[in-house]
Design a protein around this ligand. Structure first.
Ligand SMILES: NC(=O)c1ccc[n+]([C@@H]2O[C@H](COP(=O)([O-])OP(=O)(O)OC[C@H]3O[C@@H](n4cnc5c(N)ncnc54)[C@H](O)[C@@H]3O)[C@@H](O)[C@H]2O)c1
Length: 338
């Protein structure tokens, strides 16, 4: 496949970022956009010389598409992925993979049956900052990790974001499934292990359907616990990850990476946050097209993507049980190579 033709389903907030990123990657071409709000699809498609459709079925019937990109509310991920896979298309689905583990398993089985790529868009691994921090940890000069800390915000001000994120059915939860899913993925990737248990609590304001704050721990078999707190603070964004090691620490913030070691405190990476965000999606498209060209496994394995959903469900279960430690059970689903 020379150029991967993209059919983007959902023309909302993140779709604009996908479209801008795709325009920077010669290996992919945005060919069609679909949205149940056809005006939205038409606007985004028009900006990128693509065709507009009202839904996935019309898009598949009306355009030559290799990869369906799903940028829709969480509860729609599974059914649309299944439809695209059944139609013989590869799928890139935004995070979280799905709202339930049963849906994750249906998606994995469908990808396996169809022999098509299913790639989950945990694109934060593609951030320069996160990649550099992982290299620092792997280099070994800081010694073993002893403690992992993360705090980040998300804006749950009513009206500031799409309305569905406040709807439990459509979103599958609140801040934990929306951005905590990135937290689980980042901790797993930096510590190089999948979590085996979770404990924590979530806070749902009176009269709300979804939580706007969460705090907890991810436990690993061979790595220290990862402590995290997620918090709605309005538009002020913060996101800090610190890995404390035997001989120093490495800290990631949205604008760079800092290392503290025997040589003092050093800024080792500085980035333009907005540019970096687009680049993370562009690198994800490069990674997806590499998988399709070479038959390689996704950078984010389906096991990892499913485990992230399992961890968030375990957090909800723990919160309901007063903060009890909840084990994550290995799945019996057979994961395809791709
Ligand atoms: N990776 C990231 O950094 C990042 C950032 C933001 C959002 N996201 C993810 O992207 C996804 C979309 O979030 P968003 O903020 O763009 O939401 P959004 O509400 O801005 O956009 C979703 C769009 O999907 C459309 N839609 C809904 N159901 C549809 C259907 N069945 N067929 C076609 N279109 C449909 C809606 O009309 C809307 O325009 C979510 O999974 C979210 O978690 C990821």
């Amino acid at each position: 496949m020379d150029v991967v033709r993209l059919g983007l389903v959902g023309a909302g907030e993140v779709a604009a970022r996908h479209a801008a990123a795709a325009a920077e990657v010669p290996e992919v071409r945005l060919t069609a956009v679909a949205d149940v709000d056809l005006d939205r699809a038409t606007r985004l498609a028009g900006d990128h010389g693509a065709a507009a459709f009202a839904d996935l079925a019309d898009l598949l019937a009306g355009a030559e598409i290799d990869l369906v990109v799903l940028a829709v509310p969480h509860a729609r991920h599974a059914d649309l992925a299944l439809a695209a896979l059944a139609a013989g298309r590869h799928v890139l689905v935004e995070k979280p993979m799905a709202t339930t583990l049963a849906d994750c398993d249906r998606m994995i089985e469908a990808a396996s049956r169809a022999g098509r790529l299913l790639y989950v868009g945990q694109q934060q691994r593609q951030l320069t900052t996160v990649r550099r921090a992982r290299e620092v940890l792997a280099e070994g000069s800081l010694g073993r990790p002893l403690l992992y800390l993360e705090r980040r915000s998300s804006d749950y001000t009513p009206g500031a974001r799409p309305a569905w994120i406040l709807d439990r059915e459509l979103a599958g939860g609140g801040i934990a499934i929306m951005v905590g899913i990135h937290t689980v993925d980042r901790a797993s990737w930096l510590l190089d292990e999948l979590p085996v248990a979770v404990s924590g609590s979530v806070a749902t304001p009176a009269g709300w359907q979804v939580e706007t704050a969460a705090a907890g721990q991810l436990f690993f078999a061979g790595a220290p616990p990862a402590y995290f707190s997620l918090l709605h603070t309005g538009p002020d964004f913060f996101h800090e990850t610190t890995v404390i090691c035997e001989r120093g620490r490495v800290a990631i913030d949205p604008a760079g990476v800092t290392v503290a070691d025997g040589r003092g405190l050093r800024r080792i990476v500085t980035v333009d946050q907005d540019r970096e965000y687009t680049l993370s999606f562009a690198r994800q498209y490069q990674a997806v097209s590499y998988c399709l060209r070479e038959g390689a496994s996704p950078a984010v394995s389906l096991t990892e993507a499913r485990t992230a959903v399992a961890a968030i469900h375990a957090l909800y279960e723990s919160s309901a049980a007063g903060g009890a430690r909840i084990a994550l059970h290995p799945t019996t689903v057979r994961y395809p190579h791709m």
